[in-house]
Design a protein around this ligand. Structure first.
Ligand SMILES: Nc1ncnc2c1ncn2[C@@H]1O[C@H](COP(=O)(O)OP(=O)(O)OP(=O)(O)O)[C@@H](O)[C@H]1O
Ligand SMILES: O=c1ccn([C@@H]2O[C@H](COP(=O)(O)O)[C@@H](O)[C@H]2O)c(=O)[nH]1
Length: 238
């Protein structure tokens, strides 16, 4: 199975070596089981601090995005430091380089690519580029909700959404540098067109990633192609 894992910076870095190591262990475990694995790492609080300070200094949104991209690549290097020699030695800066690493049997690691998006979109684009079977968003909330769960205690989590419905849910979230969304708008549109099976889950415990890959079970949100009623990958491979 070909898997792309989107690791939110807020769940990965730079918490502590134990957390980063635990994520690396899960990713390596999947590779050892024979899966082809790519990881895309977000910027988290460090990126937001840089962006906040530079915004106060008068930087424009593209400059702020560039700061964000650089920070995601730093976080990606942190993950690489925790991975074995099975991983590519540096974060890929484009999809072709990441795809080539996957073809060689390496664990490809990416951060951001270009201003105007987040690593959510990078993950969706990489998944589309390599024709992945599964895209997992390991984020800081347990799925996609009908409102921001950090601000609305009554927000309800969706068990399942079509990619088109996901676009509607997140359409109003702002797209300034450093903004927070479980999946960004561009990512949702790429998921919609590619039809890649996608799961959004709480990635603070990395074992949830291994669990969904191996069993199809999770407590997050399934993003399904519009024409499908049921997630079918795991059923097909039972
Ligand atoms: N409808 C929604 N459903 C779920 N989360 C939402 C929603 N709207 C806004 N959010 C916010 O999205 C945040 C998750 O995205 P966030 O961008 O912080 O994390 P990430 O992508 O895992 O990592 P990074 O910090 O690298 O961006 C949550 O903290 C939550 O406040
Ligand atoms: O391809 C990319 C990736 C990221 N950015 C900028 O970095 C921050 C942090 O990334 P997250 O994925 O949200 O952790 C993001 O808000 C963008 O400002 C980018 O421009 N392009």
């Amino acid at each position: 199975m070909k898997i792309i894992v989107s690791l939110g910076g807020s769940v990965l870095a730079p918490r502590d070596s134990e957390r980063v190591g635990a994520h690396a262990t899960v990713i390596e475990g999947l590779a050892e089981e024979g899966h082809t694995v790519g990881a895309v790492v977000g910027g988290g609080t460090v990126a937001r601090k840089y962006i906040h300070t530079a915004r106060e200094l008068g930087a424009n949104e593209i400059e702020l995005d560039q700061l964000g991209v650089d920070t995601t690549r730093l976080n990606a290097r942190l993950l690489i430091a925790a991975l074995s020699e099975r991983a590519a030695t540096r974060p890929a800066r484009d999809y072709e380089t990441a795809g080539a690493a996957l073809r060689r049997g390496e664990i490809a690691v990416m951060g951001g690519v270009t201003p105007g998006q987040t690593t959510d979109a990078v993950s969706a684009a990489l998944a589309e580029y390599v024709n992945a079977d599964l895209l997992v968003y390991a984020t800081s909330v347990p799925g996609v909700f009908d409102a921001d769960p950090d601000e609305n205690p009554d927000a309800q989590r969706f068990d399942r959404l079509s990619a088109g419905e996901l676009v509607d849910v997140i359409a109003d979230i702002e797209m300034t540098a450093g903004s927070s969304a479980p999946v960004d708008l561009l990512a949702a549109k790429i998921i919609e067109r590619s039809g890649v099976r996608t799961v959004v889950l709480d990635g603070t415990d990395p074992d949830r990633i291994g669990h969904v890959v191996n069993t199809g079970e999770h407590d997050g949100t399934d993003i399904v192609p519009a024409e499908s009623d049921e997630p079918t990958y795991w059923a097909m491979n039972d």
